[in-house]
Design a protein around this ligand. Structure first.
Ligand code: SF4
Length: 391
């Protein structure tokens, strides 16, 4: 394995490299919770079944694992990550968001409308998907799990989201919003409703918003999304390996990887380079070389491939599949980070959403460590998250 720390002499080791190494480890093997972490999320889509923390000021989602050699421990003033009794990093900012204690006038708890993922407000505005519960269900997804558990409501209205966004900004410092939706059979695949919600959030709270949806049947829908004032879009292919896609996301496979590229191209024309992103999940059996090559193609047209390790979601069809090792993910991060640096893409060009937040991946940390330049900064302290029923 290439090691960010051993490649350079000690004097050249950057704090970014050390943090990147630790976070890649944690996202591979998880974290033993020896103290309460109030911002743990279970079930649902996206970064679910994750602890959300700030490690040395970097936003991170980490899977809890009682067998991990890394432990989260309470300290007199905050928390720390330890291994074999040695402190490796400080942890902060994991208290329960204050807006979670509020309810709407008609009695809906704000935390059933949207959640705070570190500094990003996130909501699945329609908690249903036409693929869910049938042979098309994406194997990594948990969109139906949190609904069944009663932790969320099926449909959030623009008015609800506007109210919650304002509170999340003012009480808890939310800096952007990420809105996603299950896929719909309608020609727009649900893009227009989630965009109306985005418009309401922007009007109320002034936050930049990313919306996520499947490729609409008619690309003119993308113009309508833009006309709602949406800042960035996530259109998630999930895997560039057609054989894997056919197995884990048959609905997306039928849409076809070429359709994603066509949609991205038009979206980049409308939203700008870096403001169009796709999840690329590692650890589902994909061909790593093909994955890297396709990420390069995506970057070449201005798309940000948000490469993340598989995060097995309890209740999903892949609940028992382990996260990939650091030995597997690191070389892929490094190659994709090189493409991004060359193109001038990073969290700051993403403006809003998962690629802006970065907490579910070490991609930007690796980019900052390997390519220390202005274009590789901004994802850490400034700004994570993957949300994903990732349509
Ligand atoms: S990932 Fe998206 S398209 Fe796939 S089942 Fe979940 S919500 Fe539906």
């Amino acid at each position: 394995m290439t090691d960010l720390l051993t490649e350079a002499p000690p004097s050249f080791r950057t704090s970014e490299a050390r943090i990147a190494e630790l976070i890649m480890e944690l996202q591979a093997v998880g974290l033993r919770m020896e103290t309460d972490l109030e911002t743990t999320r279970t079930g649902g889509a996206g970064p679910s079944d994750s602890g959300m923390l700030w490690i040395e000021g970097v936003p991170v989602t980490v899977p809890p694992n009682s067998a991990s050699p890394y432990a989260l421990r309470a300290e007199d003033d905050g928390q720390g990550v330890y291994r074999d009794g040695v402190k490796l990093a400080s942890v902060s900012g994991t208290s329960r968001p204050r807006f979670y204690d509020l309810t709407t006038a008609d009695g809906v708890p704000y935390h059933q409308i949207a959640l705070l993922h570190l500094d990003s407000l996130a909501s699945t505005v329609v908690q249903a998907c036409n693929y869910w519960g049938n042979s098309d269900q994406c194997a990594f997804c948990g969109i139906g799990v949190s609904l069944a558990s009663g932790r969320t409501i099926a449909r959030k209205t623009p008015e609800m989201l506007a109210e919650v966004a304002l509170a999340a900004r003012d009480l808890d410092g939310a800096v952007d919003a990420t809105l996603t939706t299950g896929s719909s059979v309608a020609p727009d695949r649900g893009a227009l409703y989630v965009s109306r919600c985005a418009e309401a959030v922007k009007n109320a709270a002034g936050l930049p918003v990313e919306v996520q949806f499947e490729p609409p049947r008619d690309l003119v829908v993308l113009e309508q999304v833009r006309d709602h004032g949406v800042d960035a879009v996530g259109i998630h292919v999930e895997s560039f390996d057609p054989a894997v896609l056919a197995q884990v996301a048959p609905g997306k496979f039928r849409t076809g990887i070429d359709t994603y590229f066509r949609t991205w191209e038009r979206a980049v024309e409308l939203f700008g380079e870096g403001r169009v992103s796709t999840y690329v999940i590692l650890g589902m059996g994909e061909d790593p070389e093909l994955t890297v090559e396709m990420c390069r193609r995506a970057v070449d047209i201005g798309v940000y491939p948000f490469v993340v390790p598989l995060r097995p979601v309890a209740g999903s069809l892949m609940a028992d599949v382990p996260a990939p090792s650091r030995e597997y993910t690191e070389p892929i991060y490094r190659k994709v980070a090189g493409f991004l640096a060359q193109r001038g893409l990073g969290p700051e060009t993403a403006v809003a959403g998962c690629a802006r937040c970065q907490a579910c991946s070490s991609l930007n940390l690796v980019q900052k460590a390997d390519h220390p330049s202005p274009c590789a900064s901004g994802g850490g302290a400034a700004p994570l998250l993957q949300i994903g029923p990732r349509p």
